[in-house]
Design a protein around this ligand. Structure first.
Ligand code: ADP
Ligand code: MG
Length: 348
């Protein structure tokens, strides 16, 4: 069994070096200054580039992201609101306006994707332990028993009151980094001095805010799913106010008998999704939705995902095992291919 610890150690090195360097201001023009920083939050590396006429806010943004994790989303921190819902044994729990709003968006997306995106996979995810110490193919009986309780309809929302069916477990892992991007975007809107920012959470969720001093576009690199440490597959242009998210079978996985067991699961079977896709990248105007949609589209597959993307007015790039890249019409204008081993194909 092979696990990708190299990735983690490289990330660790980046974090360690950034702690020594701290934020580095670079004069961009007479007024606006550029501050870059690398931090660790929401279980991932956070890269921040901020343009402002005021103070460097990168440290407070890192702090905000850690608060979202510990106060709202974490399933391990017993004080988080999600952990409280999970341990309520079917009783109703009152949550903050903020979390209630996110849960409404999440349940709507679960419904719109016909359950391809399902936030109640918690226990099934724990069983596979793909991100943990003992990733393994679970016993089928154990898996079947847990799948019984996987259904987004087991969440009942009534304003700020949340009732989760006893036995079901919430896991917002597929939307958490997107929520982190949304929280940052709202914070920046209150900061009058900030003119632009690009925030990248672990390479899989990105927020662009405002613009750069030279007004050149924000560009986000797309990882080659089968060459994650090598050259990028492409680049995608996004505007201030847009969010990008990638879900890929290369982010967290283990190999066994030549099969790739990865972290994006089909809620119907509890097994990793094997439909030929290796990654899906989505761009839209909301962080939670970009994140949730990339997971949902990965599960739905190329053809079934198109109606969902249209409904949310989102653009997407689908990459498959045969090294094809399928672009929605809106994505064609944004996407720049950087590797000639891949071919851009039409979506039928
Ligand atoms: P990442 O968090 O690595 O960027 P995703 O956004 O695609 O990747 O989220 C994957 C995570 O979401 C998994 O690690 C798991 O916690 C959870 N998850 C897996 N499959 C689903 C699914 N079908 N619906 C909702 N959440 C899922
Ligand atoms: Mg996601």
């Amino acid at each position: 069994m092979i696990k990708r610890n190299i990735y983690k150690s490289v990330l660790g090195a980046i974090v360690a070096s950034s702690m020594i360097l701290a934020s580095v201001p670079v004069m961009a023009d007479t007024e606006v200054q550029k501050y870059t920083n690398t931090d660790f939050a929401m279980d991932t590396v956070v890269s921040e580039t901020l343009y402002t006429t005021g103070d460097d806010l990168n440290a407070s943004i890192g702090e905000k992201l850690r608060e979202v994790e510990t106060g709202l989303l974490s399933w391990t921190e017993s004080d988080s609101q999600i952990a409280k819902i999970n341990s309520a044994d079917g009783k109703t729990v009152e949550v903050s306006d903020e979390l209630a709003g996110y849960l409404r968006q999440i349940c709507q997306l679960a419904e719109d994707s016909d359950g391809a995106f399902d936030p109640t996979l918690g226990q099934v995810i724990r069983l596979w332990d793909i991100e943990g110490e003992n990733p393994h193919v679970p016993d089928q009986k154990e898996l079947d028993a847990l799948i019984e309780n996987v259904n987004y309809k087991n969440i009942v929302l009534d304003g700020n009151k949340v009732t989760l069916k006893d036995g079901a477990t919430l896991d917002l892992g597929a939307a958490g980094k997107g929520i982190g991007c949304d929280v940052t975007a709202s914070y920046l809107k209150e900061q009058k001095d900030v003119t632009g920012m690009i925030l990248n959470l672990g390479g899989s969720s990105v927020m662009a805010y405002g613009e750069k001093p030279d007004q050149s576009p924000w560009k986000v690199a797309v990882t080659d799913p089968r060459d994650t440490e090598g050259d990028y597959l492409g680049a995608i242009t996004i505007k201030g106010g847009e969010f990008l998210s990638t879900s890929g079978d290369y982010e967290k996985f283990f190999m066994e008998d030549g099969k790739r067991y990865h972290h994006i699961l089909d809620p119907k079977t509890g097994y990793p999704v094997w439909n030929g896709l290796t990654s899906v990248t989505v761009v839209c105007d909301n962080g939670l939705l970009a994140d949730g949609l990339s997971t949902a589209c990965f599960v739905l597959g190329l053809e079934n995902a198109q109606a969902l993307l249209e409904k949310y007015d989102a653009d997407a790039a689908f990459v498959d095992e045969d090294k094809n890249v399928y672009l929605t019409s809106g994505m064609k204008e944004r996407f720049e291919l950087m590797k000639n081993t891949y071919t851009i194909k039409k979506i039928k």
